[in-house]
Every structure is written in structure tokens, then in C-alpha cells.
Ligand binder design. Structure first.
Ligand code: AMP
Ligand code: MG
Length: 425
């Protein structure tokens, strides 16, 4: 029997998009990512009502139309005073001031404080002219017509000055920032009813395969329920896209292109799963798209997820990903490649999975020349590889919260090693 010689696999930068194929050699994950990013242009900006802007990416700077806050106001419920009038007071020798008004938040009156008096004031209410401090109600007896004050207030105490958060004209949010709840609040605080944004990309997902049946239908020997389209649509939504799945496309070479073309009008990005393996005659997606010449099929130096197709389709050059059919392969491919494309369609790069270092809690194996993304459970700086690392083993995927990265040149790593781990969304 011949001695087992480790197989060396050339890892190259791969072919340029649209050239068809880089058969025989493997493309690195990074080279495939770079080819994807190079081919994607951001969606044109649209103006959206603020309520619809969450998850979109700003296509303009948002500046403060007025200082934030726009007027001096009270930071606490209490009494607006002249600080000097509370000098030297104490629990034992309180100062007593007459209360001449009560100012609630939203009161637009122009109050003037006479020295030697106090005005009851609520949090957020405009500070009366002549006052320079607020005595918190906790430092007083809480009186309505007169108030006993037990602690001196320094000038500026509990006062929120106009412009203390941001000056008029200051840039509050920069172009390219994703509108999360905090940023929506900032835009609203700047008085914006609508904003210019790059919208959430519309992603359409199609599963291909004669073996696929709809969940909810009876299980027939030889068939499996389609999980990929549900999974990928959900993952796209999680990444901020507007995603929908379409009915399963059968392995019919003549049917694949029409099924894709039918979706083009409502898609900014298409994702298929299945039909791109390494040469089976049932690989109808590969066969149909190869004809177009605008989609490149590569072997990427990774496991799972080696066969990857990416390119554009139709007049609008809609990006299309043809992901491998095994569910774990499709999932890992989505997280490594499609997420980046979704971000790029919004003109940004904020959807890469966060990477952390962690200690392996069990040993792992990996094929020579391919980077493994093993499913694991990350907790407290330790990552435990799950049993069931096959690319069809969706049950194990369902337990994972992280991908353990095993570099191309490593074939095994013992427990206790420090590894890179990608945190799953
Ligand atoms: P393919 O890439 O089309 O050769 O598919 C590889 C394997 O992935 C198939 O044999 C199925 O077991 C599985 N598979 C393909 N598509 C799906 C899907 N939509 N949902 C679940 N499993 C799938
Ligand atoms: Mg198939």
C-alpha cells in the first residue's frame, strides 16, 4: 500500500469575475470576497420617512438644525434659583425662599426669576431668566408656596445648557452610518422628518433540487424538506435586507433561467442554493448560468462551502450568489459572502462577523489546504466544537453560536489551542 502523502493544494487569487472558472486550483476566501465587493455598486439613495429608515444607511450627513438642547433647561425636578441665594445653607440652617411659579416641561412662558425667590421646575423645563442653578427636590422640603433648602447649589447645578450636547450646525451623523435605533433618535432630535438613505436591499431566495418538498407536506422516501430557502431568507433579514423566498425550482435545465429572470424585477440580490456541485449532470444552476458568461464558478479553499458561484444577471446587473445545497455549506457561505454583499449594496462594510480569540475545548480536524469553519459553542472565552461537523448536519448547526476557524495549513488542532472564532449573528 502506498504511503499516504499529504495532498498539496494550490491556493491562488482565482479568476476575475466573468471569466467563467478557475478549475483545478482553489481561490482564497479573501480573494472571493474581494471579487464580490469589486462587482457590487451601492443602491441609489432614496428619501424615506424617518419611521421607515431603521436599518438603512445614511446617504447624507445629518447636522444639528439648532443647538442640542436648544434652550437652557433643568436636569432635575426641583427649584430654579440664583445659586448665590443658597450659599451657606445646611440641614440645621436652611434657607427659605418664596416660590413664585411652577414651570412644567413644555411650558413656553418667558419666566423671570427675581433674586431671593425660587420657581418650582420640572426636568426638561426651560430655565427662567435670572436663575443659574436648580436645587433638586431631594435637597428641600418640597414646598409649594415657600421652600426650605438644605444644601447649597453651585452655579450650573442640574442645569442642561443650550448646545451642551451639540452645537448648531454640528454633524451629528455621518453619511455611511447605519440607522439603528440610536441614530433614528438623533435624526428625530435634529428635527428631521425624512432622511436620504440607501435602502434595505431586496433579496430573493430560491432553492433548487428535485429532492425538495415543502415543509408541511408528507415526508416521502427520497425527498427532504426545503430548509435552505427559509434559512437564507431569515439570515438575509437578520442582516437587514428585505428578503423573501420563492417556490422550489426543480432540476430542469430549461427552467432555471426563466425562474431567476422572473424574480429580477423585485430583487437587488438573488441567492440560489443547490445545483452547483463539482460536475454532476444535475448541477443545473451552474449549467444554466455558465451560459450567460456573467457568473463565475469557483472552488474556494474552505470547508464547508467549497463550490461558490457569484456574478450578475439581467440588464440591471443584479448580483447573484449560487450557494452550495448542503444546508451548513449554504449557511456558512451566506455569513462569509452574502452578508458582505448586502452591506456593499448599502455602500458600507459593517456586516462582517465579529472575530474573537478563544480556547478550544476539544480537538478538531481540518482538510489540508482548506480553511475550516467548524460549528461551535462559544462561552466565556472557551469554544467547544460540536459533534456532527458534516455539511448536511443541520441539527448541530442549530446548536452553534460560533464558527471555529482552522487555518488552511492546519490539519488538526488539540484542545487548549487558541483559535479565531467568528461570532454568529
Ligand atoms: P446540491 O448542491 O444541489 O448537490 O445539494 C447537495 C445536498 O444538499 C442535497 O443532496 C440535499 O441533501 C441538500 N440540499 C439541497 N438543497 C437543499 C434545501 N433547499 N434544503 C435542505 N437541503 C438541501
Ligand atoms: Mg441539487
Amino acid at each position: 500500500m502506498a504511503a499516504k502523502v499529504p495532498r498539496r493544494v494550490a491556493v491562488t487569487a482565482g479568476a476575475a469575475p466573468g471569466t467563467g472558472i478557475a478549475d483545478g486550483s482553489l481561490t482564497t476566501v479573501e480573494a472571493h470576497q474581494a471579487a464580490i465587493l469589486a462587482a457590487i455598486s451601492p443602491l441609489p439613495p432614496v428619501t424615506l420617512e424617518l419611521a421607515d429608515a431603521e436599518g438603512c444607511v445614511l446617504a447624507e450627513d445629518i447636522t444639528a438644525a439648532a443647538p442640542l438642547p436648544s434652550f437652557d433647561n433643568s436636569g432635575m425636578d426641583g427649584y430654579a434659583v440664583r445659586a448665590a441665594d443658597t450659599d451657606h445653607c445646611s440641614e440645621r440652617e436652611p434657607v427659605t425662599l418664596p416660590v413664585t411659579a411652577e414651570i412644567a416641561a413644555g411650558d413656553t412662558g418667558d419666566y423671570r426669576l427675581t433674586p431671593g425667590t425660587a420657581m418650582k421646575i420640572m426636568t426638561g423645563a426651560r430655565l427662567p431668566t435670572g436663575a443659574d442653578a436648580v436645587v433638586p427636590v431631594e435637597w428641600t422640603d418640597g414646598g409649594d408656596t415657600r421652600v426650605e433648602i438644605y444644601r447649597p447649589a453651585a452655579p450650573g447645578n442640574a442645569v442642561r445648557y443650550a448646545g451642551g450636547d451639540a452645537a448648531e450646525g454640528e454633524t451629528l451623523l455621518e453619511k455611511g452610518v447605519r440607522m439603528r435605533p440610536m441614530q433614528v433618535a438623533v435624526a428625530a432630535s435634529a428635527g428631521r422628518k425624512a432622511v436620504r438613505v440607501r435602502p434595505r436591499p431586496r433579496v430573493v431566495v430560491l432553492s433548487t433540487g428535485n429532492e425538495l418538498a415543502e415543509p408541511g407536506t408528507p415526508l416521502v422516501p427520497g425527498r427532504i424538506w426545503d430548509s435552505n430557502s427559509y434559512m437564507i431568507a431569515a439570515a438575509a433579514r437578520e442582516a437587514g435586507a428585505l428578503a423573501c423566498r420563492r417556490a422550489v425550482v426543480p432540476d430542469d435545465p430549461a427552467g432555471v433561467l426563466p425562474a431567476l429572470e422572473e424574480q429580477l424585477a423585485r430583487a437587488d440580490l438573488l441567492v440560489t442554493t443547490g445545483g452547483v456541485s463539482m460536475g454532476g449532470e444535475h448541477d443545473v444552476v451552474k449549467a444554466a448560468l455558465r451560459e450567460l458568461g456573467t457568473v463565475t464558478f469557483r472552488k474556494v479553499a474552505m470547508q464547508p462551502g467549497m463550490p461558490q458561484g457569484f456574478g450578475t444577471i439581467g440588464e440591471r446587473k443584479v448580483p447573484i450568489f449560487t450557494l452550495p445545497g448542503n444546508p451548513v455549506s449554504a449557511y456558512v457561505s451566506f455569513q462569509l459572502f452574502v452578508r458582505l454583499a448586502i452591506a456593499a449594496l448599502q455602500g458600507t462594510d459593517d456586516l462582517r462577523l465579529p472575530a474573537v480569540r478563544a480556547t478550544l475545548a476539544g480537538s478538531v480536524r481540518s482538510p489540508e489546504g482548506r480553511r475550516s469553519y467548524l460549528r461551535g459553542v462559544l462561552a466565556g472565552g472557551q469554544v467547544t466544537p460540536l459533534s456532527g461537523q458534516g455539511s448536511h448536519q443541520i441539527a448541530a448547526l442549530g446548536k452553534a453560536n460560533a464558527l471555529i476557524v482552522v487555518p488552511e495549513h492546519q490539519t488538526r488542532l488539540p484542545a487548549g489551542e487558541a483559535v479565531d472564532v467568528l461570532v454568529l449573528p
